[in-house]
Design a protein around this ligand. Structure first.
Ligand code: IMP
Ligand code: MG
Length: 183
């Protein structure tokens, strides 16, 4: 059982890195880029749960091309704030992607292992095209070769929370992205 803490204690461990206004501006820009890239062609936005659910909700409202949404759950196992390198697909898409231009919507690329595995698996299903959009990119931490087609923010090697990202399942509801500074 998690110890019960006061909200003051919890939020004192987070330092704002990217404000909600900066996120909103970047999401509008990303939506326009997607519109330009697909030029009226319908797309399937695929969000990787849970971390990307907030980003997905905002991004899908920032695109104007005809758009369907889908969800997958890929879990990277962490020991504290360190990735163990084990990735498991725990919930799959509910449709065949072979007729779709697929846009993967991810919260953060850290070691790159999660998206590497997810993208590899989706490519075997022969989508019309596959594009990766990530809210955050931590290139210093990369362990496998993986580059997003579009990244909204490049950040230093810090553990971040908020706007969908968690630490021990908390902080996903913060409207901004903050560095988790621990105890
Ligand atoms: P990767 O497989 O190492 O690229 O890790 C990707 C997943 O780990 C992300 O989709 C997040 O769910 C989680 N993750 C990586 N870095 C952070 C972080 O700084 N804060 C919160 N979650 C993170
Ligand atoms: Mg994620």
């Amino acid at each position: 059982m998690k110890p019960i803490e006061s909200p003051e204690d919890m939020y004192s461990r987070v330092q704002v890195m990217i404000t909600k206004e900066e996120i909103a501006d970047a999401v509008v820009k990303a939506g326009k880029e997607i519109d330009k890239l697909y030029d009226g062609r319908p797309i399937l936005l695929v969000s990787i749960l849970k971390g990307a659910f907030v980003f997905m909700a905002d991004l899908c409202r920032a695109v104007s091309v005809p758009c369907e949404i889908g969800f997958m759950c890929a879990k990277s196992y962490y020991e504290g704030t360190v990735s163990t390198g084990i990735v498991k697909i725990t919930m799959d898409l509910d449709r065949d992607v072979s007729n779709y231009h697929v846009v993967i919507v991810e919260d953060i690329i850290d070691t790159g292992r999660t998206l590497h595995d997810v993208a590899k698996m989706l490519r075997t299903r022969k989508p019309l095209s596959l594009t990766i959009v990530t809210l955050l990119d931590k290139p210093d931490r990369r362990l496998v070769e993986l580059t997003a087609d579009y990244s909204l923010f490049t950040i230093p090697d810090k553990f971040v929370v908020g706007y969908g990202l968690d630490c021990g399942e908390y902080y996903r509801n913060l409207p901004y992205i903050g560095e988790y500074i621990g105890e």
